[in-house]
Ligand binder design. Structure first.
Ligand SMILES: Cc1cc2nc3c(=O)[nH]c(=O)nc-3n(C[C@H](O)[C@H](O)[C@H](O)COP(=O)(O)O)c2cc1C
Length: 196
């Protein structure tokens, strides 16, 4: 890899950060850009090449149906939900120009542990965020109560699958704020071999 390419890749890794879905506006990726983003997301380490994840695109004209689904799930969980909570839940379905649902789809009863397959799914999610950034957009990986409610999971998942996250994609309406990052000195230790 050329020095310039390496520098820009390092700059990408140093500067990429997520955005808040509610702050994402147009433009979002067009169909071709989105297809490329998902192709890059799938370039992920994958023990056994099982591809234990999949992507579900929620189109713009399906957002109201998603909001209705979120509302049904909310009232099922909390029949007395106050207005502000209802509004926030419905709004979530309309955030950002593009929305991808990442579904963890492990192959059960396989010699590759489900844990490793779930790690691959997480890696696909991270790659998706990198690909979004590389295309000049901002992404946000969100779960929230909806990702775990059976009414919502039934609408996206087959038996044995789970929602790994809602990936909102668009352009930031204001500069992104950096957040605290882990201190490497607190994260990294050197292995000490056992004495016996
Ligand atoms: C699996 C997963 C689920 C998440 N769910 C939420 C969520 O529901 N709400 C939220 O505010 N952040 C959630 N986050 C955190 C944000 O995606 C992200 O960590 C944060 O905005 C900063 O991201 P960055 O390190 O890419 O800048 C989740 C992260 C992961 C990995």
């Amino acid at each position: 890899m050329e020095l310039n390419d390496r520098s820009s890749l390092l700059a990408h890794l140093e500067t990429r950060r997520s955005g808040r879905p509610r702050d994402m506006v147009a433009p979002g990726p067009d169909a071709e850009q989105l297809a490329h983003i998902l192709e890059l997301a799938a370039r992920t380490p994958d023990h056994g090449k099982l591809v234990p994840y999949r992507f579900v695109i929620v189109e713009r004209d399906q957002r109201q149906a998603l909001a209705d689904l979120f509302a049904r799930a909310l009232f099922d969980e909390d029949p007395d939900a106050h207005d502000a909570k209802v509004a926030k839940t419905l709004d979530k379905a309309h955030h950002a120009p593009a929305l991808i649902v990442l579904v963890s789809s492990p192959v059960r009863a396989h010699k590759i542990p489900v844990w490793e397959q779930e790690l691959t799914c997480g890696a696909a999610g991270m790659n998706l965020l990198h690909a979004v950034h590389a295309h000049g957009f901002v992404g946000g990986w969100i779960t929230g109560a909806q990702a775990y409610h059976p009414m919502v999971t039934r609408a996206f998942c087959e038996e044995g699958e789970r929602i790994a996250g809602f990936f909102f994609i668009g352009s930031p309406c204001q500069p992104l704020e950096e957040r605290d990052r882990p201190d490497p000195s607190e994260l990294v230790t050197r292995w000490e071999p056992p004495r016996d």
